[in-house]
Ligand binder design. Structure first.
Ligand SMILES: O=P(O)(O)O[C@H]1O[C@H](CO)[C@@H](O)[C@H]1O
Ligand SMILES: O=c1cc[nH]c(=O)[nH]1
Length: 239
């Protein structure tokens, strides 16, 4: 466990409660609570600032934390940066929902984001002499793919789009990303991958397909909070 005594940030105040080196990061803090209540033994809450609930416990004897990150790259950017650079977290695994862009994806399928293209300018801060390609950790990706196969989960590995815009005024945007082979759209993975790359730690984003953009199919908010258990179990196996 990482020692947090005396450490706090404007957004994470553990008050001495531990944080593990491996953390699961759903956007929705109630999904974090669900994961802690369903899977963790001896869970202790380590954050409640802004309702962004965080918990630490054990899963099959291994230490693991789970915390909400909110929606969008600025929010993910803050929480993942603080977890990595202040609290020393080393393995960050996003467990999100996504909108499918390709025909072969169905509701509840699992997507593993090998890379995350984006319409955001988050990479501008690094002042690179070109365009950065945000990639997931290959080590975590291999482990996740193996765990998904063992579980028999319908899984797709490839690129996702991390968008700043949920309600886009341009109705062609998703079709353009689909034409470049992107599997799905979501809103945070690129910022997570960039913060991890800048700090030299491992990150991976897993998703459950919550809606199909091209076929106008969707799940309910209750299902988004709790019904994504295959993805959660794959992520927990990475601890
Ligand atoms: O279900 P989460 O993890 O929040 O992820 C997706 O859902 C939100 C949009 O409804 C965005 O945060 C998007 O990335
Ligand atoms: O960001 C997201 C997440 C789920 N579905 C979408 O259409 N977009």
């Amino acid at each position: 466990m990482l020692e947090t005594t005396g450490k706090s940030t404007p957004h994470i105040q553990p008050q001495g409660a531990p944080i593990a080196e491996t953390i699961l990061l759903p956007g929705d803090p109630l999904r974090a609570k669900f994961i802690a209540e369903t899977y963790l033994e001896d869970a202790q809450q380590f954050n409640q600032v802004r309702g962004m609930l965080g918990f630490t416990g054990t899963y099959q004897g291994k230490e693991v934390s789970v915390m909400g990150t909110g929606m969008g790259m600025p929010s993910m950017g803050i929480y993942s940066w603080e977890l990595i650079n202040v609290f020393g977290v080393k393995n960050l695994i996003r467990v999100g929902s996504c909108g499918a862009l390709q025909d072969e994806l169905n509701l509840y399928d699992v997507v593993i984001a090998q890379g995350a293209s984006t319409d955001s300018n988050y990479a501008g801060q690094y002042q690179l002499p070109g365009t950065f390609a945000p990639l997931g950790s290959y080590r975590l990706l291999e482990q996740a793919k193996r765990a998904a196969e063992e579980q028999g989960a319908r899984t797709h590995v490839g690129g996702v789009v991390s968008s700043d815009v949920f309600y886009n005024a341009n109705d062609q945007v998703n079709h353009r990303w689909a034409s470049m082979g992107m599997l799905a759209v979501e809103m945070e993975a690129a910022a997570l991958y960039m913060n991890a790359a800048a700090a030299g730690v491992d990150a991976l984003a897993l998703f459950t397909v919550s809606d199909h953009i091209m076929r106008q199919e969707e799940t309910t908010p209750e299902e988004r909070q709790t019904a994504f258990t295959q993805m959660m179990e794959i992520a927990l196996s990475l601890a």
